[in-house]
Write a protein of this length. Structure first.
Length: 203
């Protein structure tokens, strides 16, 4: 079964983007040279906005490739970011942490023959899971299979974790990086105006 897992272990994915807005740094530094700490404030604020926008963009990029809702992405994915801006350049690292997502959260239902069919990727055909069935444990509905011939034990079926979805498509990671660079370039102009006009407390 492609993209179907029985384990719900944690997965990580780190997206590392360097030289964000590299061409803008000299200009920002020169324009804000007369304001103590001005360049650092403007660049730091623009980087934070770019990284936050990158996280939101990542959710949309994954959902464009996989049958997963926005609420499911948010529930099963955590992210942390590290931002640095120095005279040598700018760097942003976003690390995504996630567990395998229950298969029932994807495009999963019963067909006309009463068998479970599921599709994880939007580009894939629905796959029939001949031995699978829906059951509720602890108030939560999932897709299960028996581990042997006996009624119990059961194992729940999962789709990939969101970090795995990113790993499976290099275009996703690259599109996130490009989006962050574009966001930084657009945002830095606003942040420079904020510093020059003393608007540090306003967004």
């Amino acid at each position: 079964m492609s993209n179907v897992y029985s384990s719900s272990g944690n997965k990580d994915r780190e997206i590392w983007i360097d030289d964000i807005g590299a061409t803008s740094l000299d200009r920002v530094t020169k324009i804000l040279a007369g304001i103590p700490g001005g360049a650092k404030k403007a660049i730091g604020s623009a980087l934070k906005r770019a990284s936050s926008s990158g996280e939101a963009f990542a959710a949309r990029a994954v959902r464009s490739e996989y049958h997963i809702g926005a609420s499911d992405f948010k529930e099963y994915t955590k992210s942390s970011k590290q931002i640095s801006a120095t005279s040598a350049g700018t760097e942003v690292s976003i690390k995504y942490h996630g567990t395998h997502i229950p298969l029932v959260r994807f495009d999963t239902h019963y067909d006309k023959d009463g068998k479970v069919v599921s599709r994880v990727k939007r580009s894939s055909a629905r796959e029939t899971l001949n031995n699978a069935f829906t059951a509720m444990f602890g108030g939560v509905v999932g897709i299960y299979e028996r581990k042997g011939d006996a009624r119990f034990p059961l194992r729940q079926l999962y789709g990939p974790a969101t970090p795995q979805m990113m790993d499976a498509n290099d275009d996703v990671s690259e599109s996130i990086a490009n989006h962050m660079r574009e966001t930084f370039d657009k945002r830095i102009e606003h942040e420079m105006l904020r510093v020059m006009n003393g608007w540090e407390g306003k967004q």
